[in-house]
Ligand binder design. Structure first.
Ligand code: FES
Length: 280
């Protein structure tokens, strides 16, 4: 599933959770506030009537003690008075609970969205786009396009893989920054192909190739790399990053754009640079 698909699923789940939360909270709200207020008024009225009656009895017969039980018994039977009474404290707690549950629901929805967004971001790309293996063409054809009769090379850019393809001698891999890494694909000959990520390792600008100097020169802050993407100058902290590569059964060069290899600034270079004027 793509990140967009997960995001849509997350929105649907969040909406269902919100509806469920509202229904749950609404179902627990209890009697409407108008009912509560009405009962308070009747109780207050009954208390007032009792006090007035008690005062009147005391005035007429000071020695006679009022009998609350008799007053209670004289109350008219009113169905409204038989309801469960809710105190002011209980009423305020109910409202507080409502607010707490609302805030809790919103917080839960936020956390759910955040978790789904994180999951979508980290979800492995199993499709055919960037981040997965990409077949970029027949290995022999690509190599023939890149290598020039005069011994120089014209790097080939493959937009789908965000990569520059450059030639690389397998013999030079030993002792280089790339020794032991699966970053050179070969059909058995010494010269194979390497796939450099187009992104500058300084701040991420796209690095163009410079055929005259036989290197890569970043227009943003002037970092320079040789034909194999080894650091030569500028603020870049390391060599250009590169992808894993392989050749499939049909002879196609496959760039594994999910396998990125970082290497430190090369101390022993595998390519001479510059071989001509700079571009930047
Ligand atoms: S982004 Fe390339 S040198 Fe700064």
């Amino acid at each position: 599933m793509t990140g967009t698909g997960l995001f849509v699923v997350g929105l649907v789940i969040a909406a269902l959770l919100a509806v469920a939360g509202v229904v749950t909270v609404a179902g627990r709200r209890g009697p409407a506030p108008t009912d509560v207020r009405g009962r308070f008024d009747r109780r207050a009225s009954r208390t007032d009537r009792q006090r007035v009656q008690a005062l009147a009895d005391t005035t007429v017969e000071e020695t006679e003690t009022p009998e609350p039980a008799v007053v209670e018994a004289a109350e008219p039977s009113d169905p409204l008075l038989e309801r469960d009474e809710v105190s002011a404290t209980e009423y305020s707690i109910t409202r507080r609970k409502f607010l707490n549950r609302s805030l809790g629901s919103l917080w839960g929805i936020f956390l759910g969205q955040f978790a789904l967004a994180g999951l979508a971001f980290m979800w492995p790309r199993l499709g055919t786009g960037f981040g997965s293996p990409i077949a970029v063409g027949n290995f022999a054809d690509l190599k023939a396009q890149i290598e020039q009769p005069d011994g120089t090379a014209i790097p080939l850019f493959v937009a789908a893989a965000q990569t520059w393809l450059v030639p690389f001698s397998q013999a030079e891999q030993l002792g280089s920054s790339f020794e032991g890494l699966p970053v050179v694909a070969s059909d058995g000959s010494d010269i194979g192909l390497m796939a450099l990520w187009q992104k500058c390792v300084h701040l991420g600008c796209r690095v163009p190739s410079c055929v005259p100097s036989q290197g890569f020169e970043c227009p943003c802050h002037g970092s320079k790399y040789n034909l194999h993407g080894e650091y030569e100058a500028g603020p870049a902290p390391r060599n250009m990053d590169r992808f894993g590569v392989s050749i499939d059964g049909a002879g196609e060069l496959v760039v594994l754009t999910g396998d990125v290899f970082e290497t430190p600034r090369a101390t022993s270079k595998t390519s001479r640079y510059p071989l001509g004027p700079f571009c930047v």
